[in-house]
Design a protein around this ligand. Structure first.
Ligand SMILES: Nc1ncnc2c1ncn2[C@@H]1O[C@H](COP(=O)(O)OP(=O)(O)OP(=O)(O)O)[C@@H](O)[C@H]1O
Length: 204
């Protein structure tokens, strides 16, 4: 599988934010997007995910087969927001995402309980998401990546609010994803604890 961006440009409110982005990421590759506030890291991830149209250029996935014909179908997008309903329990939220996203055998990921164990939240699956601390909320959002198999992880500041132990655990989960042939594009101001990453520096 290859995630390829060619001559990619993004704009916001009619203003150019970036242009001329070239990327070619194979199975097991990770790209860390860095740069100052407002330089376009989030915009780039949203363009790759298909949530914003590209102002120019293309982004495509090669080798995704029938299961993952497009970048959008192959991607998990973890934005600044955690995409959970505060009144539902942690387990109900993840159950929703599992049912919603894992629509075929090839895409099914971990069960909800296993995913919660993987982020060490096994004991609080019964709590409403709205009761959780900032770091626990982020860990729940990370567990969403595990309940449905998608080869491309697009991560926007994924470790914001995590303590050191959670950062290490998440680095382990990202490492497993890459070893399994996944691809990661992550915007971050913080080291992610991954080795052998490509850096894409946005200039602003
Ligand atoms: N809806 C919008 N309308 C107009 N301008 C916008 C809109 N959303 C974002 N912008 C602008 O686009 C630029 C890029 O924003 P973006 O969020 O992609 O930056 P970033 O590199 O992710 O920043 P940070 O490090 O602060 O998260 C900024 O100048 C921002 O003000």
């Amino acid at each position: 599988m290859r995630l390829i961006a060619e001559g990619l440009a993004g704009e916001r409110g009619g203003e150019s934010v970036f242009s001329g982005i070239e990327l070619a990421l194979e199975d097991g590759a990770a790209c860390v997007v860095t740069g100052p506030n407002g330089s376009g890291k989030s915009t780039l991830l949203r363009v790759i995910a298909g949530l914003l149209p590209a102002a120019a250029g293309t982004v495509r996935l090669e080798g995704g087969g029938e299961a993952f014909p497009t970048v959008a179908s192959a991607s998990h997008y973890l934005g600044h927001q955690n995409a959970m309903k505060p009144a539902l329990t942690v387990a109900e939220n993840l159950g929703f995402w599992r049912d919603f996203s894992a629509d075929a055998e090839t895409k099914s990921g971990l069960g909800v309980d296993q995913a919660l164990e993987a982020v060490e939240l096994g004991r609080i699956g019964h709590l409403p998401f709205g009761y959780l601390s900032t770091g626990q909320r982020r860990r729940t959002a990370i567990a969403r990546l595990l309940v449905c198999r998608r080869p491309v992880w697009l991560l926007d500041e994924p470790t914001a609010g995590l303590d050191k132990a959670s950062e290490r655990r998440f680095a382990g989960l990202m490492g497993e994803h890459l070893r399994g042939g996944g691809i990661i594009v992550a915007a971050t101001h913080l080291p992610l604890g991954l080795e052998g990453t490509v850096e894409l520096r946005m200039v602003g």
